[in-house]
Write a new protein. Sequence first.
Length: 254
Amino acid sequence: MASNQRRKTMRTILVPTDFSDNSQKALEFAQIIAERYDAGISLVHAYHPPIIDPNLPPEALVTLAEQTEKIDREKLEAWEKECRQDGFACESKLVFGSAADVILDEVLEQKPILVVMGRTGKGGWLDKLMGSVATSVSAKAACPVLVLPPQAHTKDIKRIVYATELERPEENALGFAFNLAEHFNAELDLVKVNASFEVNVFDDEQFIGDIKAAFGDKKYTLHAIDEESVVDGLQNYADKHHADLIVMATRKRD
């Protein structure tokens, strides 16, 4: 009972993994944050059988599904064991389903203080899901989403990109971004992507004034860019300016 209660009360950082090199970077960065915020690590991997010939006999399909689950479970358990050996409280969860649905479900269930995920580069599933998962999480979950680009060096964070709408109160996520920037002595760029479907509700200057009122003279630079897609705009800006970290702000709606 005590261990179950601890799991309920311990602050947790959720780290989705596809076992790629950049997922490993995400875990390493999550450990840095966990140490600073006295939090545990929660690993999650979404699995599904590989795309195969549907004409195979049912027995073969079942065997392949079982083999996929076994291999992924062993990998995930190895990651959890190594994380524990590094001195962190760590749990892992293997869930059948699409990665986007699984990660969002875990965010809603576990209520982590943040999500740390890595972009694998073009073609990787985390890259493809950056829009659907990070946007869904930032819209529905009460935590920031941290995305590490492929070029990120977890020990040497020099530039942080914070994605903002300049529309809604974002004090919690923005305060977290300021804390990260101060911790790593990094530059903080607030980036607003003006996509064609985005509607400006509040005056940007009013929002900037609110930032000053809430955070004083903390250092940051503000950039507004025009792109058809918010996700593409953020990725292009991060790549062009060699960002080491992208912070997606929570945007809770009534």
